[in-house]
Design a protein around this ligand. Structure first.
Ligand SMILES: Nc1ncnc2c1ncn2[C@@H]1O[C@H](C[S@+](CC[C@H]([NH3+])C(=O)[O-])CC(=O)[O-])[C@@H](O)[C@H]1O
Ligand SMILES: O=C(O)C(=O)Cc1ccccc1
Length: 244
């Protein structure tokens, strides 16, 4: 999907006042480039979504992609599973994201039974699902709301259902700055300037508060997941699989 993306230059000029980050038209326009250059492991995690779906889903499965953005994880499943094998609902809070995701998926997965809906994962109706993907979305909710959302996902899953949860994480005590410094180096190596890195950090400060990986696993256990493993970590970005 990188071919449809502008280069991200949102934070490249000095801003008098850095506003809180939001998923508006400007972000949507450069989103594939922004996420590829900002999130270590993003391509590996999204491409594994299809591989994971192929392993765990049976014919007739229903999948939810929550905080779908432009539908990269959904598209990955469409590339691995036949149209008749599953149905999927992709949900995002941002109307411009939803509109572009709809257009892209209509082009790239026209045979698959996919619905793209605008909704808030804190309170939108959730159909019963055999697989739920929440890739880099929980991190944008207020930390006090995360237990309730994970509980909703647990309740929506069928017995044996699988949750694919990917998040930016805070390092364990003593390790926080190592991971943050290396992540900034990763961004620098991908062409972001010090100004872009620092202005985006300010924009995200109030709206994206990462949990520790241990906090995620404690939450998954508390909400009832019987098995939960970290299957991927690259710097301060990790992905977990949890089974009901
Ligand atoms: N309450 C909410 N309800 C629904 N969506 C929300 C909410 N809050 C934020 N979002 C949406 O969550 C998405 C987060 S991006 C996900 C990448 C995608 N999963 C991918 O695999 O490409 C990750 C990132 O940009 O770091 C945005 O599209 C928001 O509009
Ligand atoms: O850019 C960052 O620092 C991030 O942590 C990830 C990110 C990627 C895309 C939108 C918002 C946050």
């Amino acid at each position: 999907m990188t071919d449809v993306s502008r280069r991200d230059a949102i934070f490249s000029t000095p801003l008098d006042q850095v506003a809180d980050f939001s998923f508006d038209e400007r972000v949507v326009d450069c989103f594939p480039d922004m996420i590829r250059r900002s999130v270590p492991g993003y391509a590996q995690i999204t491409s594994m979504a299809g591989v994971i779906a192929a392993r765990y889903l049976s014919p007739g499965a229903h999948v939810l992609d929550l905080g779908c953005s432009l539908g990269a994880s959904t598209l990955s499943i469409c590339q691995r599973l036949a149209p008749e094998a599953f149905t999927l609902q992709a949900i995002d809070l941002s109307q411009p994201m939803v509109e572009k995701a709809r257009a892209l998926l209509a082009q790239q997965a026209s045979e698959h039974r996919i619905e793209v809906l605008q909704g808030d994962i804190r309170n939108c109706p959730l159909a019963r699902a055999d697989m739920i993907m929440v890739n880099f979305t929980l991190q944008f909710l207020d930390p006090s709301e995360r237990d309730q959302v994970i509980q909703r996902l647990y309740d929506a899953l069928t017995p044996g259902g699988v949750l694919l949860l990917s998040e930016k994480i805070l390092g364990e005590p003593g390790q926080e700055s190592l991971l943050i410094d290396l992540h900034h180096d990763f961004k620098r190596a991908n062409g972001y300037s010090d100004l872009e890195i620092s202005q985006k950090r300010t924009a995200l400060e109030e709206v994206m508060i990462p949990d520790r990986l241990s906090t995620h696993h404690e939450r998954l256990a508390r909400m009832g997941f019987t098995r939960h493993d970290t299957w991927f970590q690259y710097l301060n970005f990790a992905s977990m699989l949890a089974f009901k």
